[in-house]
Design a protein around this ligand. Structure first.
Ligand code: TYC
Length: 131
């Protein structure tokens, strides 16, 4: 006997939304899926991680090393060793990533850095870019 495994009935899938009306299931609704004669329930909408954004600090000739180290500890929650290491990387290479966050958190941290730096009359620069 020849078995055709590629016919739709042998694989799956009768898909029907439990939602009434047209347009298919909405977010959060359960979709009915029939496979091999059994009713399965699978979530229709897959969750997606929000996009990530890097916050970078840039080197300059005037901002004190201790101030940048303080910023890395206070705003980016680095311990002392991490903060010094990132500060030196910025100093030596020109810039470094200080953290990766959702868009709003990244922008808020960048604004905080600039506000605190300007209050203390340092020219420290900060950049947010898509990770
Ligand atoms: N280059 C600065 C100095 O020698 C130190 C510094 C490090 C400045 C990191 C900014 O993001 C920076 N005082």
């Amino acid at each position: 006997m020849i078995v055709d495994n590629e016919t739709p009935t042998s694989r799956s899938d009768t898909v029907q939304s439990m939602a009434s009306g047209s347009g298919g299931p909405k977010q959060g609704e359960i979709q009915e899926v029939k496979r091999d004669g059994l009713l399965l329930a699978e979530p229709e909408v897959k969750t997606k991680r929000p996009p990530s954004f890097k916050v970078l600090l840039l080197n300059d000739d005037y901002t004190p090393m201790d101030f940048v180290t303080f910023i890395l500890k206070d705003i980016f929650h680095k311990n002392h060793e991490e903060a010094v290491s990132i500060m030196l990387e910025i100093h030596n290479k020109g810039e470094s990533v200080c953290g990766v966050y959702t868009r709003d958190v990244a922008e808020t941290k960048a604004e905080l850095v600039i506000t605190i730096a300007r209050r203390n009359e340092y020219p420290l620069q900060c950049r947010v870019e898509k990770a």
